[in-house]
Every structure is written in C-alpha cells, then in structure tokens.
Write a protein that binds this ligand. Structure first.
Ligand code: NAD
Ligand code: ZN
Length: 345
C-alpha cells in the first residue's frame, strides 16, 4: 500500500510503498476512505521544534480519518468487519486521576494517534479499537473525517450558551471556519469574524459569517462595538493563536461575557489581565482536544442534522496521495480550508 511517511528528521515527507499492517490485540485495520490534514501534520511536515522533540521517524503521518473496518485483532468484540468508523486521536489511560473523574480529554498519560505511532495517510491503517467511533452510514467520508477537528470547534463554541448570542471569532483557519458553522448551526444571532487573510475572510463569509473584519486595516474593537449597540459581543472565541487577536477579543467582549481559547500562542502573552478579565468578570475556558465521548455525540448529531455548512470549508480534495506535497505547500501558504485525500484502491 502507499503511505505518506515522515521518513527522515528533516523538512517534508515521502510517498512510500509499505506492507498492509496486521491488527494486533485491541486494534482494528481499516481501509481509509477519506483522511484530512491537520495543523499538527503540517508541523510534522515542516519539522518544527515541537515535531523534533516528539516524532520518531520513520512514521506514517495523519490522524483525521474515516474508514471501513476490514479486519479486527484479538480481543476486539465491539467492532465488526464492515463497520464504518472515525477515530478519536487522544489515546487515554483510563486509570489516572483525570480519567477516573471522567475527564479523559486531559488524561495525564495521553498518547496521540499519528504523532506517537503510525497514522492514517495511507490506503490502510491501524486504529486502536478503544479510539474507534462508529459513524452512521449516511455521513459521507469527507465529512466523517472532519469530526475530530469539529470536536475542537464544538468544545470551543459550546463551552457555554450560544443560541441567540452575538459572537466574535478571531482567526478563520480550518478550525475557525469549523467554529463559524458550528456557531451558526447552534443559533448564534450574529457571528463576526476577524481574519487578516482575504482568502480566508471570503471563506468565512461562504461558511456563514455575518460580518468579516480585516484586523490589519480596521479597528476590530470599534467595529464590534458598532455592531452590538456599543455593548460588545456576548461570546469571544479565539481560534488564531495571535496575541493581538486575544487582546482585541478581550476588549470587544461584553462584561460578564464568555471567552473560549483554542488557538495556541507562540510563547508567553502579556496583557492587562486586571482590566480585561478580572474587572470584566469574564468566564474564560481553555479548550484542549475534545470531551470523550460527549463531544463526539454532539458532532455526529450536528452532522446528521444537515445544519453544518462544510462544503466551503473543504477547499481541496485529492484523489490519491500523489500530489501531497502540493497540498502541504498550499496549506503552509494559508491558501486552504480543510484538505481531504481520498486514497486510491
Ligand atoms: P491556522 O494557523 O491555519 O489559522 C489561524 C488563522 O488566524 C489564520 O487564518 C491567520 O491568518 C489568522 N490570524 C493571524 N493573526 C490574526 C489576528 N491578529 N487576528 C485574527 N486572525 C489572525 O490554524 P488552525 O489549524 O485553524 O488552528 C487554529 C489554532 O488552534 C492554532 O493556533 C492551533 O495551534 C490551535 N489548535 C489548538 C488545539 C487545542 O486542542 N487547543 C487543537 C488544534 C489546533
Ligand atoms: Zn488518564
């Protein structure tokens, strides 16, 4: 089978021919129907500092997936050949303090599928059975593969009430775009998006943003206040990881409003926490991963409802992995929403 392999500890990856793996105890083998690129895959491709410290080469890349089970390993009794599955990427221990309290998304011993072991950018892939999520047949593979990042977006948007609320989203990368459609599908009354890239502002509009702002040329806080009768938005969702966006969002959210932070910042961030958080009595949520498995149920139900507008988010579809380098370079340049591969036979 073919696979995108992080073959060497250097920039890039290679398309290689390898044997179809055999599922071991507690594992299933899937035929990959669709798989999508995540920002983490890009970091591994670019071989940034984090990737250098974490990834052991050679390793098959990728973790967002939809596939059909074609073989089950010993000890797997709840998944059958023919099941149509996606995968949670956090492999949790089940025994630490957080797991025993039902907080699996912050397990102290989390291993990551496609980061700490072979992934899914291949014709066939191994999935740990405990991480498999059974999909309803009616969800097409190109949507089913997006469930993992949709879970991040759902936890960010739905960390508090959203129906009827005015919302500011900073950053319309793949995750921010998913956040926009989740917010709209969940009944947000006004979704304002701040994003410097014109290409991504256009995508944000197509996905459902009511208003887009260019933070380089416009005064984000003033625009938001003008659009909300001077009050500021009820909810601020940070999807950019840009310190400036964080500060603007905290200024633009109304006192006693709600904030969810998903974007990861390049380092320490400094801002006026007394005036921007404490005296405003903000409710601030740090978002990491997805709740297991509550968020998967929410994502699956949202997909089934047909209310998510995912087609404009999926900007690039590739049949096979032959042009994977083009896909990664486009993503690096910020010229994509989500990129989906459909492996060939
Ligand atoms: P991305 O880099 O593709 O998107 C970020 C977007 O923010 C870009 O479109 C960029 O133009 C925009 N941006 C830059 N400066 C801005 C500013 N001042 N104001 C508004 N927008 C600005 O990343 P992504 O894949 O969409 O992921 C979004 C963020 O979420 C990243 O920081 C990523 O590391 C993080 N992330 C966090 C988790 C988690 O579990 N917490 C999981 C996945 C990704
Ligand atoms: Zn644990």
């Amino acid at each position: 089978m073919v696979a995108i392999m992080k073959a060497k500890p250097a920039y890039g990856a290679e398309l290689v021919e390898v044997d179809v793996p055999k599922p071991k105890e507690g594992e299933v083998l899937i035929k990959v129907l669709a798989t999508s690129i995540c920002g983490t895959d890009l970091h591994i491709y670019e071989w940034n500092e984090w990737a250098q410290s974490r990834i052991k080469t050679p390793q098959i890349m990728g973790h967002e997936v939809a596939g059909e089970v074609i073989e089950v390993g010993p000890g797997v009794d709840d998944i059958q050949v023919g099941d149509y599955i996606s995968a949670e990427t956090h492999i949790v221990c089940g025994t630490c303090y957080q797991c025993r309290n039902g907080q699996y998304h912050v397990c102290q011993n989390t291993k990551i599928f496609g980061v700490d072991m072979d992934g899914v950018f291949a014709s066939y892939a191994i999935v740990p059975a405990q991480n498999a999520w059974k999909n309803p047949k009616e969800i097409p593979p190109e949507y089913a593969t997006l469930q993992e990042p949709l879970g991040n977006a759902v936890d960010t948007v739905l960390a508090g009430p959203i129906a009827g609320k005015t919302v500011l989203i900073t950053g319309a990368g793949p995750l921010g775009l998913l956040g926009i459609t989740v917010a709209k599908a969940s009944g947000a009354s006004l979704v304002i998006v701040s994003e410097p890239s014109e290409f991504r502002r256009d995508l944000a509009k197509k996905v459902g943003a009511d208003v887009t702002i260019n933070p380089i040329e416009e005064d984000v806080v003033k625009e938001v206040k003008d659009l909300t009768d001077g009050n500021g938005v009820d909810v601020f969702l940070e999807f950019s990881g840009a310190p400036k966006a964080l500060e603007q969002g905290l200024q633009a959210v109304t006192p006693a409003g709600r904030v969810s932070l998903l974007g990861l910042f390049p380092g320490n961030v400094s801002f006026d926490i007394n005036n921007l958080v404490i005296f405003k009595s903000l409710e601030v949520h740090g978002i990491t991963g997805r709740h297991l498995w509550q968020t998967w149920y929410t994502v699956s139900n949202l997909l089934r409802s047909g209310k998510l507008n995912l087609d404009p988010v999926i900007t690039h579809k590739y049949k096979g992995f032959d042009n994977f380098e083009e896909a990664f370079e486009l993503m690096r340049a910020g010229k994509t929403g989500k990129v989906v591969f459909f492996p060939k036979e």
